[in-house]
Design a protein around this ligand. Sequence first.
Ligand code: PLP
Length: 379
Amino acid sequence: MGFSTDAIHVGQEPDPSTGSIVPPIYQTSTYVQEELGKNKGYDYARTAHPNRRGLERCVAKLEGGRAAFVFSSGMAGIDAVFRLLRPGDHVIVSQAVYGGVFRLATQLLAHFGLDFSFVDTSCLENVAKAIQASTKMIYVETPTNPTMIITDIAGVAKLAAERKLTLVVDNTFLSPYFQQPLALGAHIVVHSMTKYLNGHSDAVGGAVILARQEDTERIYFLQRSAGSGLAPMDCFLVARGIKTLAVRMAQHNTNGMAIARYLEAHPKVKRVLYPGLPSHPQHEIAQRQQRGFGAMLCFDLDGLEAARRLLNSVKLCSLAESLGGVETLISLPALMTHASMPPAVRQQIGITEGLVRLSVGLEDAEDLIADLDQALAKV
Ligand SMILES: Cc1ncc(COP(=O)(O)O)c(C=O)c1O
């Protein structure tokens, strides 16, 4: 079946007892057993529940995985993936990774004996050089949040295969509609489902999709032991959002390209980073490994005051963290999503105080351009 058919039907079969075309929300903590040791497949909602199982089947199918597990947030899923490791293990992480992952690694997991190196994974030579005897995992975010740096997934997968390392890819920015890392050789895909998979800015969730049986068993063990699985109502919301993923992503892509072109031509914008523009440093890799460019972009203004003026002048774009929803969000990563990164690290990866991030929504592109135009006029 095609992508849209799978997104609408897999794991979302009508309820057999009533015919309800939408699976009901199983808002229950426990399941009555028919007799001691005999149940209908569920015993306690931390361990599993029908809404979670349905959504997990759908997400696994869309990413081409053997299995998927959905978590209370993207960070909860990413935390479970790092817990596949043991004290003393070394991980190579994309240098310009989402600030929350940087914080989890450096301020929490480092205290449990994991060792992290932050490397520009867009350069395969750098990745190869960073591999140590204790390296067990390479964790790549592509494109990175917010700097839109792209890593050649197949290239890193080849290195990982040669050195028997686990390759994890955060596919949040593109969704499986535009990029399928497992098909390019990754072993694990992670998502903040809060973003494009749900797409409506009304739920927080994460997903971990696995290619290998041994990882599948361990991630399920971690999910049920730590109690980090996604609750029924949130599974319902994300499952509903996923049904329109294909049409949303196609329109996000059209709008993203229109806004990127507009900004690139604007005299007050110093630079635009959008993988769909030929000026993007990894435009060719993006064309090769992605089916589309999405709707995330960032651009440089002349310092913090210029950025502040823009953010305070927009009317249609909303000043907010997060991304991937139907409404356009604008933010200043240095003071918002990436505030937990030390300033020196931010500087190194290009998150200046004049760097503005846009998550282009599904409004009419002309309206968004008119809004940016009036706000840029005040800069
Ligand atoms: C690329 C990326 N990965 C992971 C996360 C974490 O996801 P969540 O906020 O759902 O915990 C985010 C959040 O912004 C993100 O942008």
